[in-house]
Design a protein around this ligand. Structure first.
Ligand code: NAD
Length: 326
């Protein structure tokens, strides 16, 4: 049985990936420090499977990595602190955690002398390039990475992802490891917490906010449903792709924030006035990935926006039947 390790495996994408790997017949080690990912009933049930093991480990502490074990075929590095609120409130924590986790995991991985490792970067790493210098949208992997303003805490996360990419590229050169970098673009779905735009809109709709405030309306995002994102992630890992970067997202779902809010209201049968407020400073006007490289590996995103939204709304509505609204 092939062995896979997923760091950040209790989190949103990490957990969905672990479930998929377990179904694909892997022996799966789920690693998380449970700072954001929760030991909820879904995770508890999943951990009962015979081919799944949980290791609670803080990857910022190098001495803890010995707990992870050895002999992995694939190591998926998804652990990170993210969420716009964290970027502004705890920028030092965001940069420090993400960079230390990556360095420690790489140092641990080179000792194994086996397997392939994947780093989950983000479209945020090139967001400043687009806003400062322009750049093609949909955006391909060869776009330079930029940090617009190191003094704006908004970029604490983007900088940690940029640093992570540099670390992977240079460890690759120094130690000859087999690695691949992916950049996720606005992944959404059930169990993604409450800090992202989709759950926030769902929560405010459940609270019947009227008028419904949005901050910036014409900005667009191309949302990628989590099932598509994890299929693409496993496909990239198991492909021959090595020493390179691949964008993961859905280029068929680009939508303005105002239409996104309207879609959610419609699916939740809610009628309200939408009040458009100025966009937050540093907000990116348009984001959409060029996924030509991903397509060349045989991937095509399958989930339409309305279908993914419906599945997400069902999950959140059900969740709030037994949990308090935040
Ligand atoms: N969700 C998106 O749209 C998106 C977009 C771009 C990039 N990404 C990247 O994909 C990865 C997964 O994202 P997600 O949305 O599932 O995030 P998430 O916050 O749900 O999951 C990250 C997990 O990492 C864990 N973690 C944090 N610090 C840790 C530490 N020191 N040691 C061990 N575990 C730690 C958290 O507890 C959490 O469960 C992240 O690296 C994120 O930066 C996500």
């Amino acid at each position: 049985m092939k062995r896979a390790l997923v760091t950040g495996g209790a989190g949103f994408i990490g957990f969905a990936l672990c479930k998929q790997l377990a179904v694909s017949g892997y022996s799966v080690v789920v690693c998380d420090n449970l700072s954001r990912g929760k030991m909820d009933n879904e995770l508890k049930t999943f951990l009962k499977k015979p081919n799944v093991e949980f290791v609670q480990c803080d990857l910022t502490k190098p001495e803890e990595l010995a707990k992870l074990g050895t002999n992995f075929d694939y190591v998926y590095h998804l652990a990170a602190v993210q969420g716009t609120k964290n970027f502004y409130d705890k920028p030092a924590h965001v940069s420090r955690t993400n960079i230390l986790c990556t360095i420690n995991l790489l140092d641990w991985f080179v000792q194994l002398k086996k397997g392939k490792i994947l780093f989950s970067s983000s479209s945020e790493a090139y967001a400043s390039t687009i806003s400062k210098f322009g750049g093609k949208i949909p955006t391909s992997e060869d776009i330079p990475l930029t940090i617009e303003d190191v003094y704006n805490p908004r970029w604490s996360y983007a900088a940690s992802k940029l640093a992570g990419e540099v670390l992977f590229a240079n460890y690759g050169k120094a130690y000859g490891i087999d690695f691949v970098i992916i950049r996720y673009h606005n992944v959404y779905g059930p169990r993604m917490g409450f800090d992202h735009v989709m759950p926030e809109f769902i929560v405010r709709t459940l609270k019947c906010e009227n008028p419904f405030n949005i901050y910036g309306g014409t900005e667009t995002r191309a949302f990628c449903y989590v099932d598509d994102a994890v299929h693409a992630t496993q496909l990239v890992m198991e492909s021959k792709a090595t020493n390179e970067t691949i964008h993961i997202g859905n280029d068929k779902t680009e939508v303005s924030i105002i239409d996104f809010a309207k879609d959610i209201h419609k699916l939740m049968n809610y009628k309200t006035e939408i009040k458009v407020n100025p966009a937050p400073k540093g907000s990116v006007a348009r984001r959409c990935p060029d996924i030509t490289k991903l397509r060349s590996l045989g991937f095509e995103p399958k989930t339409a926006l309305k279908q993914g939204l419906k599945q997400s709304i069902d999950w959140y509505t059900n969740y709030f039947k037994t949990n308090k609204l935040p």
